[in-house]
Design a protein around this ligand. Structure first.
Ligand SMILES: [Zn+2]
Length: 217
């Protein structure tokens, strides 16, 4: 399994290409940088080899590029049972599309079950329910390499996802990040900002410290 990082610019989310026997994409960005994402994918594989695109949660900076990327790759979109309905209905409010004035239409999304696995052929990613940023946010974990794809739940350098958007919860976010710390990941590939390799758990511990402090403020 090889991870290719397509960095989000500004508030655009990162996109990850997981190169494996059955390659996948994790998240799709706002849609502003889809051409760049496609060029990066093409440097490694034929985009049509991608059958599945996983959306970590409903927010427009992660799903805005989903329609075009699923078309280019001829791939199926997937989201959790709590995040798929607003995407299927084209909900412009809780996706944040209205707030950021980004066009958004109904998506054809299939449902991923919590605690299930994404099959990459020669590797598997565990689907972990990590609510708090949104109610149905997921993280994906590759146990053999300790690689965690955390969406907007936790970031490098002590960052955490916002919990004040609709369906967010401070308590749930805290519990989710505690759980991710207990996995003891080595590599952290978050939805925004840089990724870290080797000392991911230390970064998550810093995030927890910040988050607990935020409650006192
Ligand atoms: Zn988000």
């Amino acid at each position: 399994m090889k991870v290719h990082f397509i960095m989000g610019e500004g508030f655009d989310a990162n996109v990850f290409l997981i190169e494996a026997e059955k390659p996948i994409l994790i998240d799709t960005g706002t849609g502003w940088n889809t051409a760049k994402a496609v060029r990066t994918i093409e440097q490694h594989i034929d985009p049509k080899e991608i059958d599945s695109i996983i959306l970590t949660h409903r927010h427009i900076d992660h799903v805005g590029g989903a329609a075009e990327l699923s078309h280019v790759c001829q791939a199926q979109l997937y989201a959790s049972i709590d995040e798929a309905p607003p995407l299927i209905h084209g909900d412009k409010a809780t996706t944040g599309a209205t707030m950021f004035s980004i066009p958004f239409d109904k998506l054809d999304v299939s449902i991923l079950r919590y605690d299930d696995e994404v099959d990459l052929g020669d590797a598997k990613l565990k689907i972990i329910h990590t609510p708090g940023h949104t109610m149905g946010s997921i993280s994906l974990y590759h146990e053999q390499t300790g690689s965690l794809f955390s969406g907007d739940t936790v970031f490098a350098d002590g960052g955490v996802g916002r919990w004040d958007f609709e369906t967010g919860s401070y308590r749930q976010l805290l519990a989710s990040i505690e759980m991710l710390k207990d996995l003891g990941p080595r590599n952290l590939y978050p939805g925004h900002g840089p990724y870290v390799e080797k000392d991911a758990t230390e970064h998550i511990k810093t995030s927890l410290k910040f988050l607990r402090y935020a409650e006192i403020l």
